[in-house]
Every structure is written in structure tokens, then in C-alpha cells.
Design a binder for this molecule. Sequence first.
Ligand code: SAH
Length: 252
Amino acid sequence: MKQRIIGIMGALPEEINGVVNLLQNKEEHRIGKRIYYTGTINNQSVIVVYSRIGKVAAAATVSTLILKFNITELIFTGVAGGIASDLKIGDIVLGTELVQHDMDASPLFPEFEIPLIGKSHFKSDKDLLQLGENSIQQILENSYLHQVIEEKYLDQFNIHHPKLHLGLIASGDQFFKNSTQKNKLLTVLPATKCVEMEGAAVAQICYEFDIPFIIIRTISDEADQHSTIDFMKFTEKISNIYSIEIIKNIIK
Ligand code: SAH
């Protein structure tokens, strides 16, 4: 049987630092201005990296993980802006499908379709989704959450009974910071749960190389005029902790 090698990616250092600290036998590899951390978590080989923001950075990074580090599966963990009205800051979205909301080669190809691939929506792996769902449900239990995140930070961001949502994630090279952008997206892709800047690029490359993947996103803002929350504090105190606990639960 092929040895499992799990790639773990985030966009920003703050999104993966906690996971890097979980690594045993840690080594650093510098390729193309990125640092790939190899090591093990519970005896499982993993490679952890942050790509920086945007689809190009994410696509280049995941390609390197596949071609140089021979990963057999990929887990992306990070933050996103909530689009669906029932999402709250501190909720988690597990992407069942990913779409690039800024791809438009019409009229040559239908809007959102990746030219010459003939697809607009990329599906996450069923088994990884199931595993992710179980792991996330567990950490969102009140008793678990209060053990790992200090009450004052949960209060600061008004996180009370965070929920897991499964559905469509839309990605593009745009930070959503007003309701006009948000409403426009909802008209063209009404099923969208949340918006971010890397997931669908990762999904496309994983699809091309046949690598199973999941994209996990903590809602950091509501993709509107308030989206520039205390971003660094949120990633450090909330989403970074979520990522650590989710990865520990997934890689047991
Ligand atoms: N304010 C941050 C910038 C974060 S950019 C800073 O000062 O560094 C946003 C990053 O988080 C991207 O990697 C993207 O994937 C995700 N994200 C979070 N909220 C988003 C939003 N409202 N629109 C688009 N991407 C968002």
C-alpha cells in the first residue's frame, strides 16, 4: 500500500503556526520563497506550509507539495468571510464544493468554468469530509471548546455556540469588504457559504493530480464593511487553535 503523506496548507503564517508546533522530527525546506516544514504528527508523515494570499500563490504551493513532496492528500485550513446569512463569526465551513468566483471567460466558456477543463465546481473527497466533519463536531462541543480557548476571547468575538456548515466555498483574488460585493456574489452563486482567496485554486490543482482534499474555513468576518476585524488576534486566539485541534483529531 502507498504510504500516506498529508499536506497541510494555510494562506498566512498565523493560520498554520500552531500546526507547525505539533510537528515531531521537524525539518525546514526552502523552495521558491516558501518554507515547507516536514515532520510527523502521531507518527504520520506531514508537510505543513503557508502559501501567502491568493489563487496563484496557493496553486504554486500545492503543486510543489504534490510534485516535490509526493503528498497523497491535502488539508487546507484557514479563515473566510461569511456569505450565507446563517453564518456567524467563529462558525466553521467545510467545503463540499469549491468554485472560482472570478473566473469568467464568457462567451467562449460559461461563466465560472475553468477553460479547457470543462468544470466550474470541484468536489472535496468524501472520506476526508466525513473525517473532517466528525473531528470538527467534536471540537465545537461546548466543553471541548472551553478547554482549549479562553473564555475572554470567545466573548470578545461573541462566539457562543459555534456551528459547522457544509457547502459551497467561493474563491477569488478579492477581499470582500462591502455588502455590494457580497450581494453580487449571492445573485450569481446563491449557494455560497463563504468566500476566501485560495480554496478553489487548491481544489483545481488537486483535481488535476487526483489528490483527495478538504478545505476547512473558520468564519473570521461577515465579508462586509466590518470585515477588517481584529484579524491578527482572531487568527492567533481562535482560528489557529481550531486548526491545531482539528488536525490533532484528524491525524490520530
Ligand atoms: N486583514 C488581513 C488580510 C487578510 S486577507 C491582514 O491584515 O493580513 C484575507 C485572507 O483570509 C485570505 O487568505 C482569504 O482566504 C481569507 N479571507 C478572510 N476573510 C475574507 C474576505 N472577507 N474576503 C476574502 N477573503 C477572506
